[in-house]
Write a protein that binds this ligand. Sequence first.
Ligand code: GAP
Length: 445
Amino acid sequence: MDVHVGGDAPTGAADLMEKVVGLCKRRGFIFQSAEIYGGFRSTYDYGPLGVNLLRNVKNAWWEAMVQRRDDVVGLDAAVLSPPAVWEASGHLSNFSDPLVDCRSCHQRWREDKIGGVCPTCGSTEFTEARAFNLMFKTQAGPLEDEGAVAYLRPETAQGMFINFANVLQTTRKKPPFGIAQVGKSFRNEITPQNFVFRTREFEQMEMEYFVPPAEAQHWFEYWLEERYRWYIGLGIPEEQLRLRHHDAGELSHYSAGTADVEFLFPWGWDELEGIANRTDFDLKAHAAASGERLEFFDQPSGERYVPYVIEPAAGATRTMMAFLLASYSEDEVGGESRTVLRLHPRLAPYQVGVLPLSKKESLEPLARQVLASLQPHFMCDYDVTQSIGKRYRRQDEVGTPWCVTVDFDSLDDRAVTVRDRDSTEQVRVPVDGLVAELRRRLDQV
Ligand code: GAP
């Protein structure tokens, strides 16, 4: 893994990064892909805990962006698409990085990322910059001719634009309204680095919000605020999150205004999400290239127009990493040090750990009954190995907010002990009221 810790990095940053990466591997959050073959650089597999955390991040986004709104609908578009889509979107001609080779050590770099100095050997001598397109090109079908060329999408956004008319017709939505999508995107990044921060295969959570052009600025500001609040609501501390507006030179080829939600990563402030005013660039480009009408006809006023688009575009895998970094902490409990992921309970891979106090067979039927009563409501882990203290530490380390212990008294009083991850406080709760009590706690945060 390449970790680059920059000038504005907080103290202890490299250490934190190493600890989180180590925890991810040790506890089954994230594995190097194809590890048994020596690993495939910058490609990762999400293990039993990582898949839960990543899914919870995506579900939290979907709930906020689709489920709780009546002006946004969902979409799941194809990953493979024909060149026409990327010609019209501008990605075939514009989606490239300027590449230079160091004349001394021959490493290849993105010119805009190194400030004129080779990060490996310090040389300032480079070759001329060349444009390198970031899209993965492949072929559909057995013939390797030009007609078979296909691309893996470098963003989910174009799926929303090319389905604009389909969605409009089938849902009868009118601006302002949005189309949201979560899914994999692929970019042949020159410098993938910093664990899952920048990888060639990653997941995005994007929403295209179609608005009357005169309202674009209003909705741009609205989405900046909404998206900033989403991260705070899920536990990112305010001092580790900021909004940064792009200046004109930084804007993408389609954008009339962009601001990033940035997180204070171990190497300094960096992007979690971009919120852009894409104007009518994409709909107009696809209308011109396809010959389809991609506009909105407002029947009452008789007005016909091409909506502007405000796009909050986040990375799911990158955001998951930010949640891991922000939640990692070490403290002392009863004179013993522990590692604890203070993840928001909604994001934690397991909400509940069910722990029979001992392996004695007499506890198992009730413990299994408790587990079965919780499973329809919460993601649960069941653990009978080692001492109860060690099991609490293991659950703390992966962020499980509540542990439920079934002990010998439970057999008589049909009550269990609920232990809180953060305060380590333990209270006795009747088995019959356990789901309601945990639900109450979950709703409270
Ligand atoms: N549709 C607009 C768009 O794709 P972007 O800023 O290029 O905009 C949006 O990407 C988000 O996707 C980024 O803020 C980041 O979180 C995530 N992302 C982009 N490239 C990534 C990569 N190579 N690895 C991981 N996440 C990436």
